[in-house]
Design a protein around this ligand. Structure first.
Ligand code: IVH
Length: 709
């Protein structure tokens, strides 16, 4: 039997097979590969701790299939290809499915889909040029179930188990409100039916479950699938009902009449069977499926779904393509593992395992030290990832990271890639625990500089604000869009000028030798003139931008504006005391201390004086004085959105009025929205806001009245 301690050597063997998938292996590789696959199945199903991604597992499986085709005499009856995966537990009663619940073969791109179409043509003798109709449905990522109805009543619910036998979980099926306890099958000539489906937990519901578990000190679920499969196998149906599980039905697997004769062939197509289940009150994926008239339509639909998978409320890991015609299905038949008339189109893996090779430490503009993991490159959801942020020391400690660890990396939608966890079982003892540095890792002085950590902060900081790395980061921030907004002056250009020694301080930004820049490769007259114009324009910026651009710790855009509104010249702040700052609403003592410290340093005063001498504006003009919203303004703290055609004021003017009244304009209806102002012909936004039930809906007149009051 397998042991956790075997993990690191078996993982190394796995990686060799995967890195050299096309090799012509000898016959004796068949049993070694079968053993490896059995080990990964054990990790996944028994130990609940996979050490490779689903994609890697599929690749391994494919190599075995290829080898077994080459050496058929090596096929062992207990080879992983000769049966479907098993997750049977001795805790539940085992029941036999009316027909086996098979798995699906996998495809990954349009080419694989074309091969599938080609294969169907061969099996069902369909000539080229004659299109085959397919139904494409989401591939739900939850726990599969089989539901048996007899005499219109739900009589049994079971998990998939090993595909032949499953675990009986009728009480848990009965608590799922999307599963009808009775359904009028008999009116359609069906006495006994077995339905296939997937039990899922909505993503937002999953977040709530995990929040509750965190509050109660319970271990968190890694994903909605684990929460759903765990929910299916709960001993207490009351507890199962609290998971709020939903069941999508995607297949009518068996149907017979009162005489016990099969009536499945009454349905000429898969789609008509799904329509029947829809009519009978089951939750079927009708509105998210498509009846495609040929394989290229299928590929297009799959790609569309891949792009929008994150916005779907349930986790899906691909699409399932099924031949629509039952007679073509019958001609294709089954293998021991999957139907030949259906295939899964797997989305690009969001998760993968790789090795944590090293950690680099970057020092930001206020000296915060950010650890960045350097990974063995891993291809996830279409992108190669070789480095991910580890945020801070606490993050590293919470994951107990070691150099050399096998780590699980995830890249989902717009989320920045991150390390989910280290796979402890894969350690072989050669890994080295990560020790966060105590001294500045990029220090360019002769003496080591101790890092500091302020109370309530997660980041370690280097207090030496003049070290090269920090200066560079400050200059990059100074010219950035958020700060002085110097158009065309990006990070790469700053780094280039810094390396050439042309910019060593912020002052140098305003004292560039433009003729010299023109001699650089890639810098034509036109682009240099544009840069010069942008720099000259930035010199006239209102002073709140300059204040913000100085990289004073905690001094953000908002507080810069609040302070700028109270001064006539930036250097006025030299004389400001703590109470001057904290008398301004929303300015706290921590940022106040940081500003005082900044203005107490002679070098910083010299910087500002030199900037003024170079033409940078340090004076506050009345016109530039930021408009501070009165705390008693009618819409303070509210978010607002306008939709439809406004009749009295234009959209832009209405938005400005809302801002002046203290509201924040946002662009979409979400749970963050407080007020929706509806003009004529308001459409989906109004519908969505009404459905949310938490948004105040005003007419234009009501809005104008509120503002004027
Ligand atoms: S059809 C004979 N349709 O995917 C039909 N399966 O890897 C075989 N799954 O265990 C299954 N969504 O639980 C089918 N729309 C869908 C599906 C689906 C998810 C699961 C199913 C199965 C696994 C196969």
């Amino acid at each position: 039997m397998f042991k956790k301690s075997d993990t690191s050597s078996l993982l190394a063997k796995t990686k060799t097979y995967l890195s050299d998938a096309q090799t012509n292996y000898a016959a004796d590789s068949v049993s070694e590969l079968a053993d490896l696959i059995r080990f990964h199945e054990w990790c996944y199903y028994v130990n609940n701790q996979p050490v490779i991604s689903d994609y890697e597992y599929d690749q391994l499986y494919k190599i075995l299939e290829r080898l077994e085709q080459e050496y058929p005499d090596q096929i062992n009856p207990d080879s992983p290809t000769q049966r479907v995966g098993s997750d049977l537990s001795p805790d539940f009663e085992t029941v036999e499915h009316l027909v086996p619940m098979l798995s699906l073969a996998n495809s990954y791109n349009a080419e694989d889909l074309n091969d599938f179409d080609e294969q169907i043509r061969k099996l069902a003798l369909i000539p080229e040029g004659e299109d085959i109709e397919y139904v494409v449905e989401p591939k739900f990522d939850g726990g599969s179930v089989a539901l048996v109805y007899e005499g219109d009543k739900l009589v049994r619910g079971a998990t998939r188990g090993n595909g032949i036998q499953g675990e009986e979980m009728t009480p848990n099926a009965r608590v799922m409100r999307s599963i009808p306890l009775t359904a009028p099958f008999s009116a359609r000539g069906i006495h006994k039916a077995e339905l296939r489906g997937e039990v899922l937990i909505r993503k937002d519901n999953f977040d709530r479950i995990n929040k509750d578990r965190a509050k109660n000190g319970l271990a968190l679920f890694a994903n909605p699938r684990n929460a759903a499969t765990g929910g299916l196998r709960m001993k207490d149906p009351k507890e199962a009902s609290q998971r709020g599980m939903d069941a999508f039905i995607y297949q009518l697997g068996y149907a017979s009449n009162t005489e016990g004769a099969a009536v499945l062939n009454k349905f000429e197509t898969h789609f008509s069977a799904i329509e029947l289940l829809d009519d009978l009150g089951f939750k079927v994926p009708m509105d998210v499926s498509k009846l495609c008239s040929n394989i290229s339509e299928v590929a297009k639909f799959c790609e569309e779904w891949e792009a929008k998978r994150e916005s779907y409320p349930y986790e899906i890991d691909g699409m399932v393509i099924k031949v629509n015609s039952k007679s073509i299905q019958d001609k294709c038949g089954f293998t021991a593992h999957h139907p030949r008339w259906a295939i899964a189109y797997k989305f690009k893996a969001k998760q993968g395992t790789t090795i944590l090779r090293d950690i680099e430490y970057q020092v930001g503009k206020v000296g915060s030290v950010t650890p960045v993991a350097k990974l063995e490159p891993v291809f996830l959801a279409g992108v190669t990832i070789s480095s991910v942020s580890l945020h801070n020391e606490d993050f590293i400690l919470s994951k107990d990271l070691h150099l050399g660890d096998t780590v699980l990396v995830e890249r989902a939608g717009d989320v920045i890639p991150y390390i989910v966890k280290a796979i402890e079982d894969a350690r072989d003892g050669s890994e080295v625990k990560v020790e966060f540095p105590k001294v500045c890792p990029v220090n360019d002085t002769d003496q080591p500089v101790d890092l500091i950590k302020e109370a309530g902060e997660a980041a370690w900081r280097c207090p030496n604000c003049v070290c090269g790395e920090q200066t560079l980061q400050r200059i990059i921030f100074h010219v950035s869009k958020t700060a002085m907004d110097i158009d065309g002056f990006g990070k790469t250009i700053v780094e280039k000028f810094y390396d050439l020694g042309w910019i060593q301080t912020i002052q140098d930004v305003y004292d560039l030798d433009y003729e010299k820049i023109k001699t650089l490769e890639g810098f034509g007259d036109k682009s240099v003139n544009k840069l010069q114009l942008a720099i000259d324009k930035a010199k006239q910026n209102p002073i709140h931008r300059l204040l913000h651009s100085l990289s004073i710790h905690h001094l953000g855009k908002k507080v810069s504006k609040l302070i700028a509104a109270e001064i006539s010249h930036v250097l006025d702040l030299k004389d400001w005391k703590l109470e001057d700052f904290i008398n301004i609403k929303d300015v706290g003592p921590i940022v106040a201390e940081n500003i005082i410290t900044f203005f107490a340093v002679e070098k910083n005063i010299a910087l500002l004086e030199q900037l003024e001498a170079l033409g940078v504006n340090l004076k506050q003009t009345e016109e530039d004085r930021p408009k501070i919203v009165d705390a008693n303004a009618p819409l303070v703290g509210k978010t607002i959105l306008f939709t439809g055609k406004l009749l009295v004021v234009g959209r832009k003017q209405a938005q400005e009025m809302a801002t002046a009244a203290g509201a924040k304009n946002i662009s979409a209806v979400s749970s963050n929205l407080d007020i929706l102002v509806v003009g004529e012909k308001a459409g989906s936004k109004l519908k969505k806001a009404t459905a949310l039930g938490t948004v105040d809906i005003w007419t234009e007149e009501e809005f104008l009245n509120k503002i004027n009051n």
